[in-house]
Design a protein around this ligand. Sequence first.
Ligand SMILES: Cc1ncc(COP(=O)(O)O)c(C=O)c1O
Length: 432
Amino acid sequence: MTGMEPPVAPEDRAHSAALSARAGQVIPGGMWGHQHNRFLTTDHPMFIESSSGPYFTDVDGRRFIDLMCAWGPMLLGYGNPAVAEAAARQAAIGDTQNGASPRAVELAELLVDTIDHADWAILAKNGTDATTACVTIARAATGRDVVLLARGSYHGAAPWCTPEPAGVLTSDRASLDYFEYNDSASLTAAVERAGDRLAGIVITPFKHIEGLDNQDVRPEFARLVRSSCDAAGAVLILDDVRCGFRLNIGGSWEPLGVQPDLSAWSKAIANGHAIAAVVGIDSLRDAASRVFLTGSFWTGAVSMAAAIATIETLRTTTAFMDMVSAGERFRTGVTAQISALQNGTAHYSGPVTMPYVTFAGDVGHELAADFSRICLREGLFLHPRHNWFLSAAHDDDVIDRALAATAIAFSEIDTRLEHFATHTTIGQESRS
Ligand SMILES: Cc1ncc(COP(=O)(O)O)c(C=O)c1O
């Protein structure tokens, strides 16, 4: 650590501290997932009281501009009226019931109409449900076992894909093999190793590995993934859980002209309501119908109504372009601030709606942690290791205030940059 004073005095965080102490007694690790106490940076807002538009307020009354968007799900702004109204209307008549509501069919129709490669849809709850279902469907369709993954990519928290080894058996991963994202030779070698056992390839739309610069997919690499699957009779699975509806409404690889056979969606599709989807091409319909897929809450109609309202808002308003414009404004501001650094360099990467910044030579992410801590102090929430998210609720005024916070953070960090000479980033397993 660099010895900075904590930006918020401990007495001002009394409610967080009290809740953390209680959580430590009854929740292993104080919380699960990335709020586990071993992943949290000092001053990270731990318990959230409320959220509205592009803001949230923690239990200590600290209000932040949110550049994490609930780690992706918030797309149109917290409490977006169209989504809230659709969810409330559905909640008044029924949510989880003995069977699906009409909303399930309406949403599946809407997904098929909206996502270019989708001929059918299955609805679930979490991104991991969707990625796991994709892998199972690919195996059922091909009758083969081997699935290829890009090393370090995150696809969820099930034993086949969790980044943490605890409790995972070698047999859970027995039929998986790995390649390097954007590395054609590595992909080709993995495809050759799999031979006639290749069931599918799972890939995210771009390389977003925790702590590393984002990297766009090289179009020729995306095409190689497609042709490798075609040549082997294997299934191309696009994991659009994190990027879905943030890069493109019709599927994240649609602009490249590369269509997956299956894709997994969750996070942003219902603006924060719990839902996931698997969509696929006609020839996989039979396999998808043979795999047993279900969950106690998978017929929940409130989140389906919310998803319908979210997708209709995306299709009929300027929300998507508003989000892109917000991202462009933010990128312009941040890259100008980076250019003004006197003592070192930082690097902005990623699509404008999912940016990330690393600092040259920031071994151990200490500068990134300090940067995010200063931003927190200035009222802006972002994360030192995970990509950030823009939403349609980040209007010009919000972006300008976010940039005022990053300007202060860059200028404070600048005084320490001279100690870091070369641009290195640490490889981390990704989790979100
Ligand atoms: C690319 C990707 N795939 C899958 C998942 C798993 O989604 P969930 O956490 O909803 O299970 C995530 C979650 O961050 C993700 O980013």
